[in-house]
Design a protein around this ligand. Structure first.
Ligand SMILES: [Mg+2]
Length: 423
């Protein structure tokens, strides 16, 4: 049997954990640059606040309903996520971290009649150790465990946040109660198509044949999905945390920018963020792309902006900020044209490899391990004390290139000055 452990309203839960006065109150968390709503507490959902709605459109109802609003605080969520996953790792030899707030667990070895008890034990332990509420779905396959989890979340009062789909009867009942759109792996386009075939629930889909799935549901993927719904496991557990294949940072400028020097500072700042992300997942990149977006029309919203980009392939993969900046600056110079009105810039790295698998190039200058020590030192100081306390001179002295986070909470668990004070 497999379990999926999913944190409830994860970002909102992290914020609420450190502001206990918000328990039972509506909370929302915004995406980068305070753009859209990306996490809602149950109370906010009950007030009709929609997922992914633009913040400015909902500002009025948010204020009227006295909903607490937070900018996203990814360091805090990352650290809380790590705590949840570590707790799970203590209790299962095989944990696959699926996303920041979800993990699959292999429950092989737990007796069938102990599954419920064990799941409640996991839930209580995680909540006690981390303060983050979770829901657990247990079933013979990943797809069914996701179904169980969805249903457990929907009926928190009835299930107490845990659902086991062990017997065929339990599976049938669950699949009859779940809409096709809610099945893991069914996108909105496929769901529309399925509904046209009069396939409306998980149970309807489960009863379709393999030949039909191959033809109508994306070939092998569709066949696998139906097998999984029937309790035949074909999506295996992965061990290692999959690292991102592409990492990028880009921002709209607060106002149009014309000077090369300023654009270089912005790009150097984004390179710094990208390099930090690379180091955090213990990887290095071989290709770096810089793009600039111009809009020379007086009304910036009337015409499609023009985007131009250049990339550079490195002799060896790196995550060192200084090396990546050194590669990015000539790209900016190559792209820049005097007189253009720049409204956005971005940096993307790809061809990402694990840090410990870097192939050194015979023709490249030997990299000194000093670079690694330097980066670790910088990261420790910046994460532990203040962002950009130590930075490269090419970032300039302005600080406006980072994202807008007007309502960001403290770094309660990772920064000395902001630690929670327990009296
Ligand atoms: Mg979740």
């Amino acid at each position: 049997m497999k379990a999926i452990v999913d944190c409830n309203c994860f970002y909102a839960a992290c914020e609420r954990l450190f502001q206990p006065s918000l328990h039972g109150k509506p909370v929302v968390v915004l995406s980068n640059n305070d753009g859209c709503i990306v996490s809602r507490s149950d109370e906010a959902k009950a007030l009709g606040i929609k997922m992914a709605g633009p913040y400015y459109q909902h500002k009025k109802e948010i204020e009227e309903n006295n909903i607490a609003v937070f900018s996203s605080n990814y360091y805090l969520y990352g650290d809380m996520s790590w705590r949840v996953m570590e707790t799970l790792r203590r209790h299962s030899p095989h944990v696959e971290v699926y996303s920041v707030d979800e993990s699959f667990l292999d429950l092989t070895g737990i007796a069938e009649n102990k599954l419920l008890e064990y799941s409640f034990f996991l839930k209580q332990t995680t909540e006690m150790w981390t303060g983050i509420p979770v829901s657990i779905g247990v079933a013979p396959t990943k797809v069914l465990s996701k179904v169980a989890n969805k249903l457990a979340k929907k009926d928190k009062a009835g299930t107490k946040g845990v659902m086991i789909l062990h017997t065929p009867e339990q599976q049938k009942k669950a699949l009859q109660n779940i809409a096709i759109e809610e099945i893991w792996g069914v996108g909105s386009a496929s769901a529309k198509k399925l509904r046209m075939h009069n396939i409306n629930t998980g149970w309807d889909l489960r009863n379709m044949g393999a030949g039909w799935a191959r033809k109508n549901l994306g070939g092998v993927v569709g066949v696998r999905l139906i097998k999984e719904l029937r309790g035949e496991s074909c999506i295996e557990m992965k061990t290692a945390l999959e690292t991102k294949k592409i990492i990028g940072t880009s921002r709209m400028f607060g106002k149009p920018v014309y000077e090369l020097k300023e654009i270089k500072e912005a790009v150097a700042t984004y390179v710094t963020r990208v390099a930090e992300k690379l180091r955090r997942q213990k990887s290095a990149a071989t290709t770096i792309t810089v793009f600039l977006v111009t809009n020379n029309y007086s009304n910036a919203y009337e015409y499609k902006p023009a985007r131009s980009s250049l990339y550079s392939i490195l002799l060896f993969a790196t995550s060192a900020t200084n090396l990546l900046i050194a590669h990015a600056m000539p790209l900016v110079e190559g792209l820049y044209k005097e007189g253009n009105k720049y409204i956005k810039a971005g940096v993307i790295v790809n061809d990402i490899v694990p840090e410990d698998a870097i192939q050194f190039n015979l023709f490249a200058k030997v990299v000194h391990s000093n670079e690694k020590v330097l980066m670790e030192t910088i990261d420790n100081i910046n994460f532990g004390i203040r962002n950009d306390l130590l930075k490269f001179a090419s970032l300039g002295t302005k600080t406006g290139w980072n994202m807008r986070q007007d309502k960001k909470s403290q770094l309660y668990t990772t920064r000395w000055e902001e630690l929670v004070n327990v009296r």
